[in-house]
Design a protein around this ligand. Structure first.
Ligand code: MN
Length: 528
């Protein structure tokens, strides 16, 4: 079989009406500071994205690290219908790694990229136009033999001479690329400009009628979604985007915004996607839970206020006719009309049903643990909200357990600012460690005590505590990022007590570190 010819055929049939959604949440999104996910979280997100209906899922950059490679390979093995894509520079080592990571995919795509703009050619690559052309062709040719379909991206395309871009793209098509991506790498373009470029490309690229043109927009000037929609109106039939618009710097174009714009304004755009829009909100929520990064209340489509019509004059109009102020329904994006509250008398079936509505698909083995934690929490709290359930579901992550666990924790805050904490920890090898420390506040104190007890130095780079449900007995979620060795580690913890949540988050980090590195004996520390 010739996979390339095959995909030409498939693409040509539907090119007129369908826009392909290329999700890069797990690559461009995940590589941004604050959004890193471990392998387990990535797999979970990938499964949610497949259920959402994305056409192509960029799972990572296999050559970047062994972790990235393993995550891409695992996603490639697991997904059933979504095309799984791996990123690669136009270098043999990258392309071969991507091909290997994607081996098990039902449908695989290697996404090769190379800078084409004069600025990047001169200062980043040190290559002439001819060298760029040769390198691009060699990259596409190599990738072609290793996967079902090849996408070629001209990095910084929007600042590339249009005639040179046509030359590179034409050569990439001749070499076997079936998707041509023109990224606005630096978030610099405008809707009018991107329309002009895509129309020009479709007129001049040799073989343009046989390939899919793609946009990849960044939000540095707040125009990523507008620019993506403009590219679609000029013939782009793939858009690269991320859930919640996460991504490098100001982020990528937000998937949920593009999809709902195409749906709500269907007659205007005249194109469709395969996204099940009722899964947009649950998928967005899952991402915020996995990364610990919430979206702003006023975020389009998925923010808490997006469907709240609170102002009195609006409510008056809404009561007479919903259409007066409402252009879409909350249910269309998967926000339940009534927020069901569960309690201590709720059964396993109700819990499972609610978790599924929230985008979680626990297997039976996981369900036992989740149900047990649910009952424990229900004894402490009268009402269990969706946020509580999500926190419980994520607490089941086996990656977040052992070898250390907390036996005892006490903390005290002293008037005037300082605080103290003491922890008693147990290691699965039988060791016990007790340490006390003082700090600028209870969080600082508990971190220092855990550092001492486990012998792992943690340099805190990001710390975030927020309530994950409503009311005075709300659960708090602590999200920590700490530098250890040469990399950043994330951990989160959930508890009705925020100091305990912080301790759990810190311990999750220590546990991740210790499972990957040999255990060092605790360092000797001069005590108070
Ligand atoms: Mn990007």
């Amino acid at each position: 079989m010739n996979p390339i010819a095959d995909s030409h055929h498939e693409d040509a049939d539907v090119a007129a009406e369908r826009v392909r959604i290329f999700d890069t949440t797990l690559r461009d999104g995940e590589q941004a500071p604050g959004f890193s996910m471990d392998r387990k979280a990535k797999l979970r997100m990938a499964q949610a994205l497949e259920a959402l209906g994305v056409d192509v899922l960029e799972a990572g950059f296999p050559q970047a690290s062994p972790d990235d490679f393993a995550a891409v390979a695992e996603i490639a093995r697991t997904l059933e219908s979504t095309t799984v894509c791996g990123l690669a520079r136009c270098q043999s080592v990258d392309i071969d790694a991507a091909g290997k990571a994607l081996e098990a995919a039902q449908r695989s795509r290697i996404h090769v990229f190379l800078s084409t703009s004069p600025l990047h050619r001169e200062h980043k690559l040190g290559m002439s136009k001819a060298q760029v052309l040769d390198t691009a062709v060699a990259g596409v040719e190599r990738a072609r033999g290793l996967c079902h379909e090849v996408e070629f991206s001209a990095e910084d395309a929007l600042r590339t001479e249009p005639d040179f871009l046509v030359e590179v793209f034409s050569a990439a098509v001749a070499a076997g690329a079936t998707t041509l991506n023109a990224p606005d790498t630096v978030g610099y373009t405008t809707p009018a400009e991107i329309i002009e470029l895509f129309e020009y490309l479709r007129r001049h690229v040799a073989g343009a009628d046989k390939v899919i043109f793609s946009s990849h927009c960044h939000d540095d000037l707040g125009m990523a979604v507008a620019n993506s929609l403009a590219a679609i109106s000029a013939g782009a039939r793939q858009v690269e985007c991320t859930i919640n618009g996460i991504g490098e710097r100001a982020g990528n174009a937000a998937l949920e915004e593009i999809v709902m714009a195409l749906k709500v304004r269907a007659p205007h755009f005249g194109v469709d996607t395969r996204i099940d829009t009722r899964k947009l909100y649950p998928t967005s929520r899952l991402l915020t839970q996995l990364t610990g990064q919430a979206v702003p209340r006023n975020k389009a489509i998925v923010g808490d206020n997006a469907f709240a019509h609170e102002a009195g004059i609006h409510q008056h109009g809404m009561l007479k006719h919903r259409g007066t102020y409402e252009i879409m329904h909350a249910q269309d994006v998967g926000i339940a009309e009534t927020r069901l509250v569960l309690g201590k008398h709720s059964g396993r079936a109700a819990l499972r049903q609610r978790l599924q509505a929230l985008g979680h698909r626990p297997v039976d083995a996981e369900m036992d643990g989740i149900f047990a934690r649910f009952k424990t929490l229900a004894d402490k709290k009268r009402e269990i909200h969706d946020e509580d359930l999500e926190a419980i579901a994520l607490g089941q992550d086996p990656d977040a357990t052992g070898p250390w666990r907390i036996v005892q924790l006490t903390s005290a805050t002293h008037l005037g600012g300082s605080a103290s904490a003491s922890v008693q920890l147990a290691h699965e090898d039988g060791r016990e460690a007790s340490e006390a420390a003082i700090g600028d506040g209870p969080v600082d104190a508990v971190l220092r005590a855990i550092e001492r007890a486990t012998g792992n130095e943690l340099q805190l780079t990001d710390f975030n505590v927020r309530a994950v449900s409503e009311g005075g007995d709300a659960q708090g979620q602590a999200q920590l990022t700490a530098r250890h060795g040469k990399r950043d580690w994330n951990g989160h913890g959930v508890s009705t007590d925020i100091v305990e949540a912080t301790a759990l988050a810190a311990l999750a980090i220590v546990n991740r570190i210790e499972r990957q590195a040999p255990v060092r004996p605790p360092v000797a520390v001069a005590h108070l």
